[in-house]
Write a protein that binds this ligand. Structure first.
Ligand SMILES: C[S@@+](CC[C@H](N)C(=O)[O-])C[C@H]1O[C@@H](n2cnc3c(N)ncnc32)[C@H](O)[C@@H]1O
Length: 253
């Protein structure tokens, strides 16, 4: 499993982006005091923590199938955290004012079922929302990695994705969610040097990290050189940007 890793490893690789994205996504979803919200695919709890800061941990729930849930429990004591998947949420109908999935929809085995479940556990008029990286153009860390991987290993698989905003919008539309809003959420993160980003990939987190550590050392080294070149051969600190597509809708009243 791509997320059978420690919370620290996740945070060093992807959590650094999630941390920047969480407040922007929560704003996009209109999360404000008085609501109770479910974080679907909460992972190490970066968005869960943002929700708890806004709503109080007792008004926040999270669900994830991976061991990252332990890191989430440590990060957000008092939240209702359960092991499970989006496609079969362990809560009754209308349990929340909102359900959010940050960087999760493309990992669901059945995204339609997952979004339908999110809508089921949200009360009429509540918000159902997700954001997913723009893998094709707007996520430098991953795009440059897979380009470098394919330059060395032409058969390197692509990361599964909801590649376009339209695809994400169609998924929301198909569930009959109302007041559909689509948007682009942009964040950035800084690295002190190239070794910092490369060592975060070597932690084996997510499809890219898993792919990298599955390769023999010579191939890893060739990808490292190609990746360095594609990132503009940074000599010292540098910044990467990441754009995600976001969709938000309301459960029909
Ligand atoms: C890229 S991480 C995002 C974690 C967190 N939402 C964040 O923003 O940092 C993807 C997460 O989705 C979880 N996941 C994978 N399949 C899932 C499913 N079917 N339902 C819910 N979560 C799932 C993984 O375990 C992982 O924690």
């Amino acid at each position: 499993m791509s997320f059978d890793v420690s919370g620290d490893a996740y945070d060093r690789f992807m959590g650094r982006y999630s941390r920047e994205l969480a407040p922007v996504f929560a704003d996009f979803c209109g999360i404000a005091p008085g609501q109770s919200v479910l974080d679907v695919g909460c992972g190490s709890g970066v968005l869960t923590e943002e929700l708890a800061n806004r709503l109080g941990a007792e008004h926040v729930a999270g669900v994830d199938p991976s061991p990252l849930l332990e890191a989430c429990a440590a990060r957000v004591p008092g939240a209702d955290l359960r092991e499970g998947v989006a496609e079969e949420l362990p809560w009754p109908d209308d349990a929340f004012d909102g359900a959010l999935a940050q960087l999760v929809v493309h990992f669901m085995d059945d995204p339609s079922a997952g979004v339908a479940e999110m809508a089921r556990v949200v009360r009429p008029g509540g918000v159902v929302a997700a954001c997913s990286w723009d893998f094709a153009g707007g996520m430098q860390l991953l795009r440059a990695f897979w380009e470098a991987a394919r330059a060395v290993k032409p058969d390197a698989s692509r990361e599964a994705s909801f590649g376009t905003l339209e695809e994400l919008g169609e998924l929301w539309d198909a569930q009959g969610l109302e007041e559909l809003e689509l948007g682009a959420l942009e964040v950035a993160t800084a690295y002190s040097d190239f070794d910092e980003i490369w060592s975060s990939l070597q932690l084996g987190v997510g499809p890219s990290g898993q792919y990298l550590v599955s390769l023999e050392p010579e191939a890893q080294e060739a990808i490292r050189e190609e990746y360095h070149r594609r990132l503009g051969e940074p000599a010292g600190s540098f910044e990467l940007t990441a754009r995600s597509w976001a969709a938000r809708g309301r459960v029909p009243s």
